[in-house]
Design a protein around this ligand. Structure first.
Ligand SMILES: *[C@@H]1O[C@H](CO)[C@@H](O)[C@H](O)[C@H]1NC(C)=O
Length: 302
């Protein structure tokens, strides 16, 4: 026994150290503030991100996305289908296994497509577009010179003007511009992963077992309201900026809040806003193809 002990002890300690390391690793993003401070960088990467559905590039999708590609010849266009997205998330976020396992287990296409855009932008930054968005002017002209260095995240109001306001303002998520590694996107992702786990627990299932009718409103789970609220939360948490939404209502020109540039409703959502005065031309047009708005939460077939 006596001769066995010395050999056993180091092994036990090693095992203990191994377990603690594993636990720390597992809870890393819960106990340590996200490793994504708002790093000032020179510009938003010239990458255009799109996620293709099972039907691929239909003629309409091709026409819309081509307007953005043609207007931005110095940008790199990247189209990801389901398989390529899964592989991308699995390798890029390997150090955050909760993100990977949640993303891969999800079966509802709109939830995956929502989460994917935040992951692309968190990892590499660039410009996310939904497939039913066409561009009206070059991206390089979208950010006024005064904000070029300060704006780490660029978003546009969805419903902002001409409404009888009985609802909360939200950022459109069909067009988002970001520098890489922003806490805003890290927190959005964390909140979504936590929200999906809560919904699964509530319905006595796991992520793979989640159905559209279990997750409440998509807008709140992964969509614009989740994104908007997470950005507010991150501004407050990491930049000590309290967002006073009333002061940002009916914007006539872009407004910087912390490092977030908010564009007026006419920029990304001209079709959702009415103005009693003349406003500049829209930057993009959203065509509301809305293929996810069915009981399956995504394109059928394929
Ligand atoms: C946060 O902002 C408030 C109000 O502007 C200010 O009083 C406070 O000192 C700030 N806190 C930090 C930690 O910067």
């Amino acid at each position: 026994m006596a001769s066995f002990k010395p050999a056993f002890k180091p092994a036990g300690l090693l095992l203990l150290a191994f377990c603690i390391t594993g636990l720390l690793y597992h809870f890393y993003h819960f106990i340590i503030t996200p490793p994504f401070p708002p790093e000032p960088q020179t510009s938003i990467p010239k990458i255009l991100w799109w996620k293709l559905g099972p039907k691929g590039k239909t003629p309409k999708i091709d026409a819309w996305t081509t307007t953005c590609i043609k207007l931005n010849p110095s940008h790199t266009a990247r189209f990801y289908d389901d398989a390529k997205s899964d592989a991308y998330v699995a390798s890029t976020f390997a150090s955050q296994p909760d993100i990977v396992s949640t993303y891969l287990a999800l079966t509802i296409p709109i939830l995956k497509a929502d989460l994917l855009r935040y992951l692309f932008l968190l990892d590499q930054g660039g410009v996310w577009f939904d497939l039913d968005v066409s561009c009206e002017s070059p991206i390089d002209t979208w950010i006024p010179a005064a904000f070029k260095d300060k704006a780490n995240l660029v978003v546009g109001w969805e419903f902002d003007s001409g409404w009888d306001f009985g609802f909360v303002r939200q950022f459109a998520t069909w067009a988002i511009l970001a520098k890489p590694g922003l806490s805003h996107l890290a927190l959005t992702v964390d909140n979504i992963v936590a929200g999906l786990h809560q919904a699964a627990e509530k319905h006595n299932t796991d992520i793979a077992g989640l159905k559209l009718d279990m997750i409440g409103d998509v807008v709140d789970m992964t969509g614009p309201r989740r994104f908007t609220n997470s950005v507010y939360e991150s501004l407050e948490k990491y930049q000590n900026v309290t967002v006073d939404v009333e002061s940002l209502a009916e914007l006539k020109e872009p407004r910087l809040v912390g490092d977030v540039l908010i564009l007026p409703g006419y920029a990304f959502a001209a079709g959702s806003n009415k103005y009693t005065y003349e406003v500049p031309k829209p930057l993009v047009t959203h065509h509301y193809a809305g293929s996810w708005k069915n009981e399956h939460g995504g394109e059928e077939g394929g």
